[in-house]
Write a protein that binds this ligand. Structure first.
Ligand SMILES: C[S@@+](CC[C@H](N)C(=O)[O-])C[C@H]1O[C@@H](n2cnc3c(N)ncnc32)[C@H](O)[C@@H]1O
Length: 394
């Protein structure tokens, strides 16, 4: 992605889209979409709406690091009861979007509605679509929850249904490089969003001293080298759409090649578990970044970063999914190691244990609320500027 705003997304065939993001990353996502040339961007709760053309839709799927999926709204209907819901869904010209022998899946979310079960809503909508095809062609599309041709998204609030097509297919956090997991891996979208929230763009060294399966390291390298988020991903939902343009898609990918740059900083990861580090090694190799990221089995207390400016971003155990003998001691030790070894660096830690984070014993320069799955977390930044030891920590 270029730092300059792309204005070629503004053409007459402009449409509305909705990009979903994890809570706390909406503004970062809006910034990404703006750089790609999206128009009329609006920040919503765990989503960003925007306008653009088909090219922008492909680019948003390929480049956005903090989008989970991108929906294309196709219809809005209102209903009074279940029968009317079925009829309105049945009325939509589904043959514009899929063939009778295609497969489909339907995701529904409901709020404050006569419907109380999303599964039931999806089932009724599926009946309506399948009946329409059967009545017209004698052929019934079938359901494929794993890998359907058309993923349909229904968002119901009170008596209104927003009907959208999911242009991403599988969630965009599935970047394609993560084949081996260690304990409690971070979602790739969250990892990228954490790094982007710090404001780091690859201008200084990057360290994760508890790197597990290497997610933060890989996302950092991709940011620093300007590799698109989808560089290693082969499939997107829009590729199966009737209006898919392979030429346009290839153009979007080719354009991204010209923006890539070499690394001129160090990216280093370490972990006390040799097993977890093996997972990181495999994932980093999948992303062909094994020459760019240095790995080491080590206790974080022994890590000395490269000279110069840099940033540490890490996801230590919280005691929720990974058991630790003494969580309090671990957080105290992190504080001591930062003070001792990381002068001149900035350090960012994410944790759901708010009490433990205080034991780091440094005054935070920034605090953000993020969610790691169901766990509400704080993402806390510390500035270990030169001379800070003397001024602040004594
Ligand atoms: C929550 S996991 C990190 C997951 C990682 N962000 C990922 O996406 O896979 C925490 C990691 O801290 C490591 N760890 C725990 N104690 C450590 C220590 N004293 N020194 C270094 N690493 C440690 C664990 O082995 C584990 O891999």
């Amino acid at each position: 992605m270029n730092d300059n705003k792309d204005s070629s997304a503004k053409t007459t065939d402009s449409q509305s889209f909705l990009a979903k993001s994890p809570a706390g990353l909406e503004e970062v996502l809006a910034g990404e979409l703006s750089k790609l040339g999206a128009e009329n961007i609006e920040i919503l709760k765990r989503a960003v709406s925007f306008e653009g053309n088909q090219r922008l839709l492909y680019k948003a799927n390929y480049h956005c690091r903090t989008a989970l999926r991108i929906l294309k709204p196709i219809n809005q209907i209102t209903f009074r009861d279940e029968r009317e819901f079925y009829n309105r869904i049945h009325d939509i010209p589904w043959e514009d979007y899929m063939e009778p022998d295609h497969t489909l899946s339907i995701d529904s979310t409901i709020g404050n509605s006569i419907f109380t079960h999303s599964h039931f809503v999806s089932q009724r909508a599926k009946d309506a679509i399948v009946d329409r095809f059967r009545e017209r062609t004698g052929i019934r599309p079938s359901v494929d929850l794993e890998n359907p041709v058309l993923r349909i998204n229904l968002h119901i609030y009170k008596d209104t249904v927003n009907v959208s097509l999911d242009s991403s297919g599988a969630s965009l956090h599935k970047r394609g490089y993560h084949t081996v997991n260690a304990e409690a891996p971070l979602n790739e979208v969250l990892a990228a969003g954490m790094i982007m929230l710090t404001g780091w763009h690859g201008e200084s060294n990057f360290i994760d001293w508890m790197c597990g399966s290497g997610t933060l390291l890989i996302e950092a390298a991709m940011i620093a080298m300007n590799l698109p988020a989808g560089q290693f991903r082969e499939e997107y939902g829009f590729m199966k759409w009737k209006d898919f343009s392979p030429q346009l898609w290839n153009k979007v990918k080719d354009e991204a090649l010209t923006d890539q740059r070499d690394l001129d900083i160090e990216i280093r990861g370490s972990d006390i578990s040799a097993r977890n580090l093996k997972a990181a090694e495999a994932n980093i190799r999948n992303a062909s970044l094994h020459k760019d990221i240095k790995l080491q089995v080590a206790d974080f207390k022994d890590i000395k970063p490269p000279e110069g400016a840099g940033i540490l971003v890490s996801n230590p155990p919280y005691g929720e999914r990974i058991e630790v003998d003494d969580l309090q001691e671990l957080y105290r030790d992190m504080g001591s190691a930062l003070k001792r070894n990381f002068e001149g660096y900035k350090a960012w830690l994410i944790s759901s244990d708010l009490q433990a984070i205080k034991l780091v014993g440094l005054r935070p320069m920034a605090k953000k609320i993020l969610w790691n799955g169901q766990l509400e977390c704080r993402f806390v930044g510390f500035d270990l500027y030169h001379g800070s030891k003397k001024d602040k920590y004594k």
